[in-house]
Design a protein around this ligand. Structure first.
Ligand SMILES: Cc1cc2nc3c(=O)[nH]c(=O)nc-3n(C[C@H](O)[C@H](O)[C@H](O)COP(=O)(O)OP(=O)(O)OC[C@H]3O[C@@H](n4cnc5c(N)ncnc54)[C@H](O)[C@@H]3O)c2cc1C
Length: 294
């Protein structure tokens, strides 16, 4: 049947296709609603006639993004099927503005599939960022880590099967309930869910999870989703990159420091209220080095 709904050829091309992430995970676009035009169309309802200056879709979308006029972006929806390690799911689920339906370990028997990081992303504890990963571990230490991780995951799955009473292809009647058996599985086991959200909240998710401070593993998922969003709503994506993802937000004091530098004044006075961490961040983002007086 021919549809009267909006379709985006670039998105149709990836619909239903499994896009691999990490060692066993994936993202699959199940469905989408709307396109760039739907965002502009919704915005025009609120602006009404006579606003010719914002009549072009690109200009209008950029205006909306720049001024955080967010509701038109909520007119577009994306539904994904995602397979992801449980520890990634725990971070992801914190994004409350989405609808989620997860595989149930109470009904189903979970697969023997667990995440093992690649050698090159196995790092030491970062010394500055308490949440982050530092330099790569030596090859021999990384191998030892992977060996233990893998043995523990397999052993846990053996116990899981034992609790379930699975012997070969058979399940004994005296099995422990699936909901109790599954609790032996570690965080690197894979789970799956359907995840649906609107474009506004999706971009918020991407802004947080594409950031270098987000954990590598969830960033890998965010990158794949970002690729799909770029295909789906290229004008919204462009505006998002320009006004949010790669934009800089300055605090009052930071803005004062930048202004001092631009005006050729000593920025130390303006920087008085900045903590050492803020000074370091300003150096990283703007290349402005304000020495502390102390
Ligand atoms: C790098 C990084 C590190 C993190 N570290 C930690 C950590 O150590 N510990 C930890 O617990 N969490 C941590 N988080 C999770 C973080 O605190 C947020 O819970 C998560 O990023 C979801 O953000 P959100 O609430 O803006 O998103 P959503 O839940 O999708 O909400 C979107 C927006 O809706 C609004 N909203 C939603 N629900 C409410 C509500 N109940 N009340 C008011 N407004 C609401 C808010 O404006 C919110 O920004 C971390 C996140 C990141 C990106």
């Amino acid at each position: 049947m021919k549809t009267r709904r909006v379709t985006v050829p670039a998105m149709e091309a990836v619909m239903g296709r499994t896009m691999p992430v990490l060692d066993h995970g994936f993202v699959r676009v199940v469905d989408y609603m709307g396109d760039d035009g739907a965002v502009a169309q919704a915005a025009r309802v609120s602006y009404g006639r006579g606003t010719k200056t914002v009549s072009d879709d690109r200009g209008l979308i950029r205006y909306l993004m720049r001024h955080a006029h967010t509701t038109p972006f909520e007119m577009c929806e994306l539904k994904l099927h995602v397979k992801l390690p449980i520890f990634v799911a725990r971070q992801w689920i914190r994004h409350r503005t989405a609808s989620v339906n997860e595989i149930s370990g109470r009904y189903s028997i979970l697969d023997r599939e667990f995440y093992l990081p690649q050698h090159d992303v196995i790092g030491t504890q970062d010394e500055k960022n308490r949440q982050g990963r530092g330099a790569a571990l030596s090859a021999s230490k990384a191998s030892k880590y992977l060996g233990i991780l893998s043995r523990d995951a397999l052993k846990a799955y053996d116990h899981y099967e034992r609790f379930l009473g699975i012997k070969g292809d058979k399940t004994t009647e005296k099995a422990v309930a699936r909901e109790l058996a599954r609790i032996v599985l570690p965080l690197n086991y894979y789970t799956q869910w359907y995840w649906k959200t609107d474009l506004h909240n999706l971009l918020h998710f991407l802004a947080l999870r594409l950031d270098s401070r987000a954990q590598f593993e969830i960033r890998e998922y965010a990158k794949v989703i970002a690729g799909a969003v770029k295909r789906w709503v290229p004008l919204c994506w462009e505006a998002f990159v320009d006004y949010r993802l790669q934009a800089l937000k300055l605090s009052r004091a930071e803005a004062a420091v930048v202004k001092s530098v631009l005006e050729g004044r000593d920025p130390r006075k303006a920087a008085l209220g900045l903590s050492n961490r803020e000074r370091a961040e300003l150096k990283e983002s703007m290349g402005i080095d304000v020495p502390s007086d102390g």
